[in-house]
Each structure stands twice: as structure tokens, then as C-alpha cells.
Design a protein. Structure first.
Ligand code: HEC
Ligand code: HEC
Length: 140
């Protein structure tokens, strides 16, 4: 009986991690990636230093991410990193970064953030409805 209970709990906890569209690079566009992909999060085994989703405008739906845009990050040590968005508009990196960072997004146009964010948790501020930023992280 004890063995059965143990096996059931193990199966349930595995299922929670890999179910549905979770656990792939195109998962949960628009959501705060680092809420899970950081120490103490449910994906702490895959920590990111910066991650988010690029959209075509500030009000876009979560499933309207823009593929093949470049997110250019220059950290305060002068290291530059270019990340390309995937089919969901998502981008992510586990490279060590010195904060604050300078960020810009390039597609047909270039959008630059004036402030220098002290966190790589882009979607935590870039939300719909707008709270801490004008809305989605976007580039036309
Ligand atoms: C609610 C929690 C949660 C959120 C939010 C979340 N993820 Fe995940 N993600 C996970 C879990 C759990 C896994 C599986 C981790 C593992 O395999 O160890 C995963 C796996 C991944 C993987 C695959 C890692 C690998 O090595 O195969 C990528 C890439 C990824 N997520 C990117 C993102 C991006 C980008 C975002 C934000 C747009 C995001 N995730 C948002 C929980 C989350
Ligand atoms: C602490 C909140 C916060 C975080 C974290 C944040 N941003 Fe922003 N972002 C803003 C605000 C506020 C603006 C508008 C004012 C400005 O440009 O500084 C903005 C504007 C932008 C713009 C220009 C307009 C637009 O929406 O495209 C880009 C590009 C951008 N951010 C990219 C990023 C990227 C990439 C990250 C993650 C590495 C990020 N931001 C993290 C708050 C944030």
C-alpha cells in the first residue's frame, strides 16, 4: 500500500511539469518567464537571466508574438548579446548578465527602452493591461 501511494504521487508531480504546452520554448508567451525560471520557481533547474516575448503592438493578444525579431541586450560590463525570437515571439538566455542592462528590439524598426532595467524579467513589467510599462514589449 505504501509503495502504491508513493508511485501515484510521483506520477502526478511529473505530469504537472510536462503537461499541455508547458515545458517547450514556445510556452506561455506574454507571461512572466522568470517567475518560474529562477531560483525557487517551478523551473529552477532551467534558470534564465533574461526572458520575455516580443509582440507587434502594445495591446497584442498573448498568441500574437512576433517571430525572428532581435532582442539586443548590452549589460553594464559592456557585453552584448543578441537573442532571436522564436515562433511564439519568446526569447530567453541563461548567460550571466551584469545589471542594469540596456535593451532594444529590432525588426523592421528598432525600439529602445529608455530606462535601463535592473531585471531581465521583461514580461513582469510589459503586461496587458498596462501597469508598470506602457503594455507589451513590442516592435513594429
Ligand atoms: C508557470 C511556470 C512557467 C512559466 C511562467 C514559464 N515556464 Fe518555461 N518551463 C516551465 C517548466 C516547469 C519547464 C520544464 C523544466 C524542466 O524541464 O526542467 C519549462 C521549460 C521551458 C523551456 C525548455 C527548457 C529546456 O531546456 O528544454 C524553455 C525554453 C522555456 N520553458 C521557456 C519559457 C519562456 C520563454 C517563458 C516565458 C514566455 C516561460 N518558459 C514561462 C515553467 C514555466
Ligand atoms: C521594471 C519594469 C520593466 C522591465 C523589467 C522591463 N521593462 Fe521595458 N519598458 C518599461 C517601461 C516603463 C518602458 C517605457 C519607458 C522607457 O522606454 O523607459 C519600457 C519600454 C521598453 C521598450 C520600448 C517600447 C516597447 O515597448 O517596445 C523596449 C524595446 C523594452 N522596454 C524592452 C524590454 C526588454 C527586452 C526587457 C527585458 C530584458 C524589459 N524591457 C524589461 C519597463 C520595464
Amino acid at each position: 500500500m505504501r509503495i502504491w501511494v508513493g508511485t501515484l504521487v510521483l506520477l502526478m508531480s511529473c505530469g504537472a511539469v510536462v503537461s499541455g504546452w508547458d515545458g517547450t520554448p514556445t510556452m506561455r508567451p506574454g507571461e512572466d518567464c522568470l517567475a518560474c525560471h529562477s531560483a525557487g520557481g517551478s523551473a529552477s533547474a532551467r534558470r534564465f537571466t533574461a526572458a520575455g516575448t516580443v509582440f507587434g503592438d502594445v495591446h497584442a493578444n498573448h498568441d500574437e508574438g512576433v517571430a525572428n525579431a532581435n532582442v539586443v541586450i548590452t549589460d553594464s560590463a559592456g557585453n552584448t548579446l543578441t537573442l532571436r525570437t522564436n515562433g511564439a515571439g519568446n526569447f530567453y538566455t541563461a548567460e550571466a548578465l551584469h545589471f542594469p542592462i540596456q535593451v532594444q528590439v529590432e525588426n523592421s524598426q528598432t525600439m529602445k527602452m529608455v530606462d535601463r532595467p535592473a531585471s531581465g524579467s521583461c514580461n513582469s513589467c510589459h503586461t496587458v493591461p498596462a501597469e508598470k510599462a506602457p503594455g507589451r514589449l513590442f516592435v513594429p
